[in-house]
Write a protein that binds this ligand. Structure first.
Ligand SMILES: CC(=O)SCCNC(=O)CCNC(=O)[C@H](O)C(C)(C)COP(=O)(O)OP(=O)(O)OC[C@H]1O[C@@H](n2cnc3c(N)ncnc32)[C@H](O)[C@@H]1OP(=O)(O)O
Ligand SMILES: O=C([O-])CC(=O)C(=O)O
Length: 368
């Protein structure tokens, strides 16, 4: 067979890896994480449970869960040099680039960096999960010339993350919904960022490098950057009618509508989007303001009718984050912080069953 026949643009549908971590079963419309269904997990479990499932391959009992949460919270400290570095970044730096810089700089503090053992990689993953919320929030704050915030050890992991973002202790419902968003973002089989991280890890490179590449991948608006783009688009309109008009104009100009479509689900709703839509409704009911939900539903209807396209998770995560009072620039860094659990699991799996990624090309250059 010639290489030309094998070429699939964008590697659409190509199997890139064997994995025991997760699988999008499109026939049964299920997102499987280590044998469990993600949507069921989102109703019964929290983010810490999923971190345990991803890194320790099973859901935790109470003691294991408390132990894991302690491992993360005991890693909250960020070296002062890294905070100084973040404060030096120019003010137009995107928080994803601040996060990428801070994450990359952490590698120098790992004295055991050449150790690729399971134990060393897992303790690295716990350290990253502990530190990334503070790096995320503080890169945003320091770049803007604001004071750094310190984690609150008395709060649970996700509640502390939200507390550092908004500066106030979240209500239970807010903490629950934010935690649910982290859970839904935690792992999703082989998106571009996971592929990037695995490709980097396959050279025997370390977890910091693999995840730093993952941040760069996730920043793009065809991937994680879409959640921010959705919110900027929603904010362009002040009413349902204005939003409908905006979408129609964009469609006439053949613009892509952020938050719609998906390489794997393209003609079906991302099951995670449905859960986030329910959370948006819950928040709208709580706050007695249904405008964003009504706008999003109107957009969903137009995209289904005009393009046969359905929302992905980013479409409903954006208005949820807005209603939680989160600055737009933090939406994609939050997605990455949550995805750190999944990415770390993939780097560990790649290191354990490694073969270097090195594909070939179809040469279409000058004849020779
Ligand atoms: C959590 C996540 O990361 S989910 C993804 C978040 N990204 C987005 O929401 C960005 C908007 N969506 C998209 O750009 C795409 O749907 C992607 C990148 C997610 C998937 O893309 P691909 O599988 O490569 O499909 P591709 O971009 O080739 O689209 C196929 C067709 O559907 C159209 N299409 C796909 N998504 C959209 C969209 N959001 N708005 C309008 N048209 C779209 C394309 O224009 C194309 O039409 P054509 O065949 O007439 O040219
Ligand atoms: O699976 C993908 O390609 C993108 C996505 O939804 C995710 O990373 O959560």
């Amino acid at each position: 067979m010639s290489t030309k026949e094998q070429y699939v643009p964008g590697l659409d549908g190509v199997i890139a890896s064997e994995t025991a971590i997760s699988f999008l079963d499109t026939e049964q419309e299920k997102i499987i994480i280590r044998g469990h269904e993600l949507i069921d997990l989102s109703k019964q479990n929290d983010y810490i449970d999923i971190v345990h499932l991803l890194l320790d391959k099973k859901l935790p009992n109470q003691e294991e869960k408390a132990d894991l949460e302690k491992k993360l919270t005991s890693n909250y400290h960020i070296p002062s040099n890294i905070m100084d570095l973040l404060a030096l970044l120019p003010e137009h730096t995107h928080p994803m680039d601040g996060l990428r810089t801070g994450l990359s700089a952490l590698s120098g503090y790992d004295e055991d960096i050449d150790n690729r053992s399971l134990e060393a990689n897992k303790s690295r993953a716990y350290a990253l999960l502990g530190k990334l919320p503070a790096i995320t929030v503080n890169s945003y704050r320091l770049i803007q010339g604001q004071k750094a915030v310190q984690p609150n050890q008395d709060l649970a992991y996700s509640a502390n993350f939200l507390y550092m973002i908004t500066g106030k202790k979240p209500e239970n419902v807010e903490a629950e919904i934010f935690d649910r968003s982290l859970l839904l973002y935690s792992e999703h089989e082989m998106p571009n960022s996971t592929f990037t991280a695995r490709v980097i890890a396959s050279t025997n490179s370390d977890m910091y490098g693999a995840l730093t590449g993952g941040v760069a991948s996730l920043k793009g608006n065809l991937h994680g950057g879409a959640n921010e783009a959705v919110m900027y688009m929603l904010n362009e309109a002040k009413s349902e009618a204005e939003f409908e008009e905006l979408l129609h104009k964009k469609l006439v100009k053949k613009e892509k509508i952020m938050g719609f479509g998906h390489r794997v689900y393209m003609k079906k709703m991302d099951p995670r989007a449905l859960v986030m839509k329910e959370s948006l409704k819950q928040l709208c009911d709580e706050k007695g303001d249904h405008l964003l939900l009504e706008m999003c539903e109107a957009g969903e209807k137009i995209m289904k009718e005009e393009k046969g396209l359905y929302p992905n998770l980013d479409y409903y995560a954006a208005p949820v984050y807005w209603m939680l009072g989160i600055p737009i620039g933090l939406y994609t860094p939050i997605f990455f912080s949550a995805r750190t659990a999944g990415l770390a699991a993939h780097v560990i799996e790649q290191h354990e069953h490694n073969r270097l990624f090195r594909p070939r090309v179809n040469y279409v250059g000058k004849s020779y």
